[in-house]
Design a protein around this ligand. Sequence first.
Ligand SMILES: Cc1cc2nc3c(=O)[nH]c(=O)nc-3n(C[C@H](O)[C@H](O)[C@H](O)COP(=O)(O)O)c2cc1C
Length: 147
Amino acid sequence: MSEPLYRLVYYSRNAIVGDEATLATAISSILTKSQVNNERVGVTGALMFNAGCFAQVLEGSRSAVEGVFERVQQDERHGDVSLLAFDPTPARAFENWSMGFVGARVEDAARYGTVGPQSGFDPARMTGDGLFEALHQLALEEEHTAY
Ligand SMILES: Cc1cc2nc3c(=O)[nH]c(=O)nc-3n(C[C@H](O)[C@H](O)[C@H](O)COP(=O)(O)O)c2cc1C
């Protein structure tokens, strides 16, 4: 029998200092690294950057998700990592994404990334379920427009 699936949802505050290009380059390198690491341990999920915050969903076996989240928390490119949910889940929501980037494109996210909560996105005010739904909806829209 395969291991039970877990879903983890967190948000954090950006700690990358620099102009838009610096931010875009840093996010791209986080994504590239994450895709390789996650693929290796069977973790899937999505990452979003907005209003100076990251929000991320990780899904996979409990031990694999814990291992990835450990690495995530050690990365000094963000801080104030706040865990919103870590629960068993019946199925993957990001089956095809070792780590997808949802919402704005990396360059656009960098441009708007320092805009404050007035942009309407404030993960600190969202529940784990709410944040998961938001990222899932964006991922579905992106998969839809990709074809
Ligand atoms: C916002 C954010 C999201 C991240 N997401 C992942 C992830 O999904 N998977 C992962 O392995 N590392 C993730 N990381 C961690 C970094 O990419 C980390 O530096 C890297 O995994 C370290 O790998 P290394 O020790 O093999 O160099 C994330 C870091 C940040 C800041």
